[in-house]
Design a protein. Sequence first.
Length: 159
Amino acid sequence: ITSSQQKINYINHIIKHPSEVDFLDKLKNYIQNLPNDIEWSFSKIDESLDDVFIPYNDPNKGNRKFLPDFVFWLKKKNKYAIVFVDPKGTKHAEYQLKVDGYNKLFEKSKGKPKEFTYGKSKATVSLVLFTDSTNYNAIGKQYQPYWTYEIKSIFEKLK
């Protein structure tokens, strides 16, 4: 359920942040042309119900929890991708610390995800942060691979 009003109080757990509603609108348009060989599902992570987070260290506040808004599960043949998605934009502070926390857990080096193997299946975990195209160039070069303004970036993590 989404709402164009941020102050809806009579329905619990509604998606009401403009960036999240915009993200879902873009997703709805994109998936109409998604190839059939990709199986996928996604969920809104509700921080009041779910305990799903990426730990990171804030030098001023100690250990903290990065709570991405969505998680996608993608599958193509025996390859799986779990993709955390946060459409809040660059104006939200500390994104560098959050990306660094993700990187320590799930990457061999910046931009190169660790591959987890179980039997014949392989899985990776990725992070996709959304901004609009006008803010993209303001992002530091080392963090640009995590940012996008295109939905297709989520599904490209399965390659």
